[in-house]
Ligand binder design. Structure first.
Ligand SMILES: Cc1cc2nc3c(=O)[nH]c(=O)nc-3n(C[C@H](O)[C@H](O)[C@H](O)COP(=O)(O)OP(=O)(O)OC[C@H]3O[C@@H](n4cnc5c(N)ncnc54)[C@H](O)[C@@H]3O)c2cc1C
Length: 368
């Protein structure tokens, strides 16, 4: 038996690295197992929006988790660069949900009226005229948009790496190995098997993104592919995060306009495609016509971990004591990552979670 740790984490994405960070901060011995490299999948290639998605159907259910994660992002924005030596690019970038049709405009106006008395959220309905003062290159064909002032952005790769580096500085260890199975004694986990060796642990956190089912558990997690293009365009940066019809665009700290996205059921194939590129460019040009002749600098694709009910899975894995899952954040994993990692860390330490996680209980899918 190889030397293990108090807690083994499977998966070096934003959730696993957040869990490692919070455990290492408590002085717990942590071993992170990553089959490829830290942030080499969705957590390294996401858009990086840290955004309250008002009106989303899941908001009522996991809004508290989202708000809690926003607070953690804020704290990390203050401290993580010093703790890790990595600039995470955390910054405030106002968010605008654009209305492409009159029906959308009406729905956003209703949303605004619902939130108008809540002074904790800076939310406003902006007509096209008002919007054009913020970003004059937005197409005049649009009706306006719902503006949310308190929205943030990170560089997802550097953010995930920073969480890991900060954990490593506190003694966490990285094993570049694929975990092939969990070891057990009766109903209790005793560690993991990776690269033909066994590693013991008191608790195991499964944060393996879309790979969290299959060999590790029977959790119903599947991959949903998404693509992004990075464009070089003349003129000043787009200083707001624009969202429409599930697509988005903003200028990132590398000076490029990042635009996305697609939702594709392509199994575990995470290669970029010409169809994905063309669809994204057609969509972004509709909203920001000045990008028509922009230079394509890079195209990426990665896999979101999704669940059948669209909600994350966070909690003890049924029938196997000592195993905790934290995955299934879908399109919101960068935003929810710190809270999901923190929750998994608390569970592994036997502590109560900071927010009610009943909605995310893995047991809702039956015995897994
Ligand atoms: C195009 C796109 C844009 C996105 N934009 C945003 C956004 O703006 N805001 C937002 O909040 N979210 C966004 N997301 C969603 C977000 O990226 C994901 O929800 C999040 O990164 C998932 O993180 P994770 O840690 O659960 O999984 P991952 O990042 O997939 O990490 C899991 C890790 O586990 C490793 N692993 C798997 N199996 C094993 C094993 N058996 N042994 C060892 N290691 C293993 C993998 O190699 C991987 O590195 C976006 C996603 C996509 C695709």
């Amino acid at each position: 038996m190889a030397v293990g740790a108090d807690v083994i984490i499977i998966g070096g994405g934003v959730v696993g690295c957040s869990a490692a960070y919070y455990l290492a901060r408590e002085g717990v011995s942590v071993a992170l197992f990553e089959k490829d490299s830290v942030a080499s999948h969705a957590s390294g290639f996401a858009f990086g929006g840290v955004i309250k998605v008002l009106g989303e159907k899941t908001w009522d259910v996991c809004g508290q988790l989202s708000l809690y994660s926003e607070r953690l992002h804020f704290e990390l924005g203050e401290s993580l660069e010093d703790e890790s030596g990595v600039d995470t690019g955390y910054r405030r970038v106002p968010h605008v949900s654009l209305a492409l049709t009159e029906a959308e405009a009406q729905s956003y106006r209703r949303e605004y009226l619902l939130r108008a008395d809540d002074h904790s959220i800076d939310v406003r309905w902006l007509s096209y005229g008002e919007l054009s003062h913020i970003e004059p290159r937005i197409s005049p064909d649009l009706d306006g948009g719902l503006y949310v002032g308190e929205a943030y952005d990170v560089e997802p790769y550097r953010f995930t790496l920073a969480l890991w580096q900060a954990a490593e500085r506190r003694g966490a260890s990285l094993h570049n190995r694929e975990v092939t199975s969990l070891n057990r004694s009766g109903d209790r986990v005793t560690g993991v098997r990776a690269g033909g060796e066994s590693f013991d642990a008191g608790a195991v956190i499964i944060a393996a993104g879309p790979w969290s089912g299959g060999a590790l558990t029977q959790l119903p997690i599947s991959p949903l592919k998404g693509q992004i293009v990075r464009l070089r365009a003349p003129g000043p940066p787009v200083n707001v995060s624009l969202w429409w019809n599930g697509d988005y665009a903003t200028s990132k700290t590398d000076g490029l306009v990042w635009a996305g996205t697609t939702e594709e059921n392509a199994g575990f194939d995470d290669s970029p495609t010409d169809e994905g590129r063309d669809a994204i460019i057609a969509s972004v040009v509709r909203v920001l016509p000045y990008l028509e002749n922009a230079e394509l600098v890079r195209q990426t694709a990665c896999l979101r971990p999704v669940t059948p009910d669209g909600l994350p899975i966070i909690g003890p894995v049924p029938c196997l004591e000592g195993v905790f899952a934290s995955t299934g954040a879908g399109r919101n994993g960068i935003q929810l990552g710190p809270a999901m990692g923190r929750a998994a860390a608390d569970l592994a330490l036997g502590l109560d979670s900071h927010v009610d996680l009943g909605f995310a209980d893995p047991a809702r899918f039956g015995a897994v």
